[in-house]
Design a protein around this ligand. Sequence first.
Ligand code: NOJ
Length: 577
Amino acid sequence: MTDRRIDAKWWKSATIYQIYPSSFMDSNGDGIGDLPGILSKLGYVKSIGVDAVWISPFYKSPNKDQGYDISDYQMPDPSYGNMEDIEAIIKGCHDKGMKIIFDLVINHTSDQHRWFQESRKSKDNPYRKYYIWRPARYIDGERRPPTNWQATFGGSAWEWDEITQEYYLHAFVVEQPDLNWEDAEVRQAIYKEAILFWLEKGIDGFRVDVSSFYSKHEFVDAPIVKPEQYIQPAHYNYIDGPRLTEFLEEMQRETFSKYDSVTLAEMPGTRTLENKLEFVGESSKRFSMAISFDLATVDHNGHQNYYLWWKPYDLKEVKKITEAEQLLSGPNTDGWALTYLENHDQARSISRFMNDSPEYRVISGKTLAMYLLTLSGTPILYQGQEIGIINMPKEWPEEEYIDPMSWMFMQDVRDDIKKGVKGITEKEAFHSIQMIGRDHARVPMQWSNEKSAGFSTNEKTWMRVNTSYKEGINVAEEEKDENSVLNFYRRMLAFRKKHSDSIIFGEYRGVDPENEKIMQFYKTSFDGETLFVALNFSGSMQTISKPEGKAELLLSSSVDSGDQDTLQPYEGRIYRV
Ligand code: NOJ
């Protein structure tokens, strides 16, 4: 058994806080969050007890996919600020003793990026090879895309370009053409332009967007599962291609390793433990940690990619996933887990996993904090999670869902219904986006109970403010309440540091895997302490399995935790045994 504390890198005992620039803090009253807004709130971020900040893309972008379509890697979008503003954030984080991580989106660019603008001009343009172009295919004399692949959010993954009479590939929206990683010169240009430039400016690492997408499989048709149409689901045709390992190792060698920077690799599709270890084991030399999708899609009705079909989750599944993830940080591997409940692509965890009614939302938020922050690995908190923000109100109409993934999903379902494809109804589809749409994460941060939740002086904000800010879910009111979700997060983060030997570096052992209402596990340190964690995911009282030996209650998420063996609805507890 290896003592995982030995030679542990800084990021193994860190907690990361994710900021979504357009929705964090608006400093100039235009209704959109910005970089000076972020700078003004770094003191607050530090006060939660986190160690690093990850900022989602702030780069120049036409915002067809909210900043994940970048038109200039080296320039903040003017709506967010300028180079001085971002440099001030790097310095501000470092001055406060926090690390700073940027988002790295290099599977694709925006179609407005100068590389693509050149690439589409002519077949012999030097930038032609930067993207993936293919001629049309003709079926019964009719022009069709080169393969039947569907893009991740729906529609064809190929777009016809009139100028040169060819199609280009885009795994995401039409305005996000995929870069051609097959070409060595293109890879070098990406490293120089998007990675080394920022590492030189002193950032501490990157969150790496869809890093399993760089190498594509052969351009052959995906299996036909919807005979009514040409376009077919093709997720597995454009992830984990044959040259992925080679590309990732080269990128690590030529960029990250030179600066000893941390990498959080988003890896949709890497399912098994072995598969994950191949990417995040220290010996594999690819990434520090992987953002996997197992928990994030546990209520997606079996869809492992970005499809928004909601189905209630099963706690037994959550336990299995947790256990597998925890093995990554266990004593027998050289990997490290990365854990999260929310990010800008996920709905709010209280609404998904617990109960967001006024009666139970506070205890639900605290118990989820206890779940996340007693696990080994490096946790990520998403802005607003620490104050227990819940999903957008159910009364809001479909027009409030402006994310392309939401409206393309609704469009896809409606198209299927028209064609007579058996599947989800329109009502179920809308309920699905109410439960798991990405929009819930993207509404403005709730700073106070004043106009626009204190996010902006403007009443018109780029996304409508979630009215729950008027119901006590906001920073200002929670600061004053010692029993708030916010203050519980602070307590939990301090507790996590104090008990780091068992919580961060200890071994996980689950109990009672078949129980559908409560989750219980032990965390044991290498040389002594054992904690027992019991979490009630149900609305009824539950009896815990008595911990082995004498148990001392250290912390509960309930203000009036009752009997030793009975958990209140949605209560969580930590014992020392
Ligand atoms: C993953 C990002 O998290 C998501 O927001 C984005 O839509 C896709 N990658 C495409 O960049």
